[in-house]
Ligand binder design. Structure first.
Ligand code: MG
Length: 240
């Protein structure tokens, strides 16, 4: 999809893909909602939705094309599984908290889930949501952090070091679970275990996961692939 459309953002899509597949195959139910805060990884979300029959082969072929429903960031309408337009980083957690609060006030079943990048925790709006969710006791809210250690301008340590992130969330009264973001078993266990507080799952991932020349390389936050790179990437993914 990305090669045919000549677009980048492959690194963050590949770090998020296992998380999105786990959510859609094993976690999300009909009463739940999901917000993709790191909207630049929407390609991986479309693939996850396709894999559970919510999008078609034909839909995927329109990715990033003029007039498509499958825009390069989550669109504001046209796909029932996508509740909000996102991609301006730092806003997904607050949107998910609103969905969780609405369910709580109405006495409805279901949880709100949100996948963020690690870089977007530089944004103050994310931490406002952490405070708000604790204050409102949103035990039906789960945030997942795609902890790949890289963001658009360098490593997260170089740009704004928030290590250890787990203790920062714990200080605000959140439940914290740390897992491999590439282990479906660990992810499912962390995401499905009951919780009586707002929950954050810190998912350790590899940016560009599965493609040797992309793994842990910041430039693959942005770059589109050449044809030769595409052939190599495809061969590596098919071998694994
Ligand atoms: Mg990152």
């Amino acid at each position: 999809m990305h090669f045919e459309s000549h677009v980048g953002h492959l690194g963050g899509n590949l770090s998020a893909l296992d998380i999105l597949l786990c959510l859609h195959h094993d976690v999300l139910g009909p009463s739940d909602a999901f917000v993709l805060s790191k909207g630049h990884s929407v390609g991986a979300l479309y693939v996850a939705l396709w894999s559970v029959g919510r999008l078609s082969d034909e839909d995927l072929r329109t990715f990033h094309r003029d007039g498509t429903r499958l825009a390069g960031h989550p669109p504001p309408e046209g796909i029932p599984d996508i509740p909000f337009a996102t991609g301006s980083l730092g806003h997904g957690p607050a949107l998910a908290a609103g969905l969780a609060l609405a369910r709580k006030l109405r006495g409805q079943e279901g949880r709100a889930y949100c996948l963020t990048s690690d870089g977007e925790w530089d944004e103050g709006s994310c931490w406002e949501t952490v405070i708000f969710a604790r204050q409102r006791q949103l035990a039906n809210l789960t945030l997942i952090v795609d902890l790949n250690g890289l963001q658009g301008f360098g490593t997260t340590k170089e740009v704004a070091d928030l290590d250890p992130l787990a203790s920062r969330f714990a200080t605000f009264g959140w439940s914290v679970r740390e897992v491999s973001g590439h282990s479906p078993e660990e992810l499912a266990m962390a995401l499905k275990a009951p919780c009586d507080q707002p929950l954050v799952v810190l998912a350790r991932t590899v940016k560009g996961r599965g493609v040797s020349f992309m793994e842990n390389r910041m430039e693959w936050h942005y770059l589109p692939m050449s044809e030769a790179q595409y052939r190599q990437a495809l061969a590596e993914v098919e071998r694994s």
